[in-house]
Design a protein around this ligand. Sequence first.
Ligand code: ZN
Ligand code: ZN
Length: 200
Amino acid sequence: MTTKHVPKDWMFEFHGHRCPFMPIGYRMGMLAMERLGVGHESDHGFFVFPEIGEGHPQACMMDGMQIATGATYGKLLMAKTFYGKLAATFYHPTKGAVRYALKPEFVDAMGKLEFFAYRKKGVEPSQIPAKVTDEVINWVYDQADDFMFKVEPKPDFKFTPVKGSFNKTKCTACGEYAFDRYVRMKEGQPFCIPCSGYEK
Ligand SMILES: [Zn+2]
Ligand SMILES: [Zn+2]
């Protein structure tokens, strides 16, 4: 095994199945944190911007990135750019930013493993024989970081999170609370977005 960044069993349980991509995202996150000199994020100070889109494979990487960094979707620390690329930028307001991308040579070499023959036939990862899944996961663990990742410092990267507010208002129609940046006015009365009839 070449890498020390190997997910624990509970991480695979959280993710739901064994696949090579959650571990790749985990490793990407751990390496980015080491490089920037930051630890697992407790609160709201570290951000991940995956370039992954939708409707393509390998999106599982994002679960690994969240597990590694603590920069989770629920804490509003992860936002996708929808470029449809296998890359992510990791950003800390005082430590800087770094972008990690999977190298095409690595993606092509991995694509030759039997796991992908099953995936292309539409077989879900949990239904693929364990021997086949373990083969690809262990193969990834054996690859060198240099072969897998293109790494670029992003000194000019800037991101300003939305300013938080606890202010909320009851909707005139449904009576439910909406936070104020989402409240819409109609004939002088406050409404939530679904009741307002307005677009977002
Ligand atoms: Zn997966
Ligand atoms: Zn409403």
